[in-house]
Design a protein. Structure first.
Length: 381
């Protein structure tokens, strides 16, 4: 599996500064689109949008933080290029990701006279991407969507693949659609203002891609971990590119989350249980990191994964400041009960994405409570 994407570059040639960009194509038939990756994209975005999407008008949807960091500038740049543009923002944070905010935004879109030719630009992290994507998919039965992810997690994960949605009081992402963007712009320069904890959330996903599909990429992460931590531009572009290529390959083979797309949940099923047991006081990336270690321990105990690969995973996570140990206060019994209620558990029996070694996975529901409990206990702080 994989895509034909290579780390080839072309230059943004619309400004005075030459920026090196890379493109990943997500091949989905009529819905095929490109992810453009590189520093300084936002400066050239107005020109590129004009040539790739003939929308008479743009509506930027963003959150209250990103509005200040980037939203105001983007409005100015788009207006300078002659485009009609409005901006709507909502309070930053997962608490805003609900139907109430969607209805408020939709009403404001009506007030602004947004019609079916208005393209929605989702400028922000995964919360903005999921919400703006959902709104674009249902507003007047669908308007064009452009993703402009501004967190590492959104650049390597949530902006790719077309999943949109909002939370319900009963659980996360329970309402949503599959809706592909027409283009994605991942400007790695915008990561400079992102808090460290948010960078770590994205890095957990980056390690996951190596684990599920590419030993070569994992080797690269091990070799370049210092540049990764310091967000060196070329290395950052490379990790976003490789992550998007791997996700693009998976979603193009399985757009609607059949069996293949489930490999993207490596470490996540357990990670969700960790987050819930800790009342969401443990950040998502840290929980995923712990989850990857536990399922890898199960894999090693079953003789599927070489012990050396488990050590390499723990070593890399540690260098990237991601935890591999589960805090003592999270009881194994509670984690296992939460796993049974995960929405992705089929017929009440949790599925596990195990590792057959770095770069190879195996999906199975053949994991006993005893094996799971032993792996959790072996991962204690
Ligand atoms: N659709 C999918 O496939 C998918 C996949 C994974 C996660 N998600 C969703 O993504 C969401 C999490 O996304 P996230 O981690 O990006 O969180 P987020 O969108 O809440 O962003 C994190 C914080 O960073 C701020 N921020 C964003 N860009 C910034 C920048 N450049 N500089 C400074 N601050 C910035 C935001 O305002 C926010 O406070 C969750 O709701 C999750 O369900 C969706």
């Amino acid at each position: 599996m994989g895509t034909d994407n290579d780390f080839v570059s072309y230059s943004g040639d619309t400004g005075n500064i030459q920026h090196i960009w890379h493109t990943v194509t997500v091949p989905l038939g009529a819905d095929t689109y490109d992810i453009v990756i590189g520093p300084g994209l936002l400066t050239d975005l107005a020109q590129d949008l004009k040539s790739s999407l003939a929308a008479p008008r743009y509506l930027i949807i963003t959150d209250s933080n990103v509005e200040d960091y980037l939203g105001v500038d983007l409005v100015r740049l788009l207006r300078q290029s002659g485009a009609g543009v409005d901006l709507l923002s909502f309070k930053a944070g997962e608490e805003s990701k609900n139907m109430g905010t969607i209805v408020e935004l939709a009403s404001k879109m009506v007030d602004l006279g947004a019609d079916r030719q208005t393209a929605v630009l989702a400028l922000g992290g995964g919360v903005v991407g999921d919400m703006a994507g959902f709104l674009a998919s249902i507003y007047m039965r669908g308007v064009p969507l452009v993703q402009i992810p501004t967190t590492l997690l959104a650049q390597v994960d949530s902006s790719v693949g077309g999943k949109t949605g909002v939370d319900l009081p009963e659980g996360k992402n329970l309402l949503g659609t599959f809706y592909q963007p027409v283009r994605v712009y991942a400007d790695i320069g915008v990561l400079a203002t992102l808090p460290r904890a948010e960078i770590r959330n994205g890095l957990a996903e980056v390690v996951k891609y190596g684990m599920i599909q590419s030993r070569e990429f994992f080797d690269f992460l091990e070799e370049k971990w210092r540049d990764i931590v310091s967000l060196e531009p070329n290395v950052t572009a490379r990790i976003v590119f490789n992550s998007c290529s791997i996700k693009a390959g998976v979603v193009s083979a399985d757009e609607r989350e059949g069996d293949l797309r489930r490999i993207l949940n490596f470490g996540h099923t357990l990670g969700h249980a960790v987050e819930a047991a800790a009342h969401y006081q443990i950040p998502h990336g840290e929980a995923v990191s712990m989850g990857m270690v536990v399922v890898s321990r199960i894999s090693a105990a079953k003789g599927l994964m070489p012990r050396r690969d488990l050590e390499r995973l723990c070593g890399l996570l540690d260098r990237l400041q991601l935890p591999g140990r589960i805090p003592a206060e999270l009881r194994a019994e509670e984690l296992m009960d939460l796993l049974r209620h995960d929405k992705k558990a089929r017929s009440g029996r949790p599925h596990f994405i195990l590792s057959k070694g770095i770069g190879q996975i195996l999906i199975t529901d053949d994991v006993s409570r005893e094996e799971l409990a032993a792996a959790i206990e072996a991962s204690r702080a």
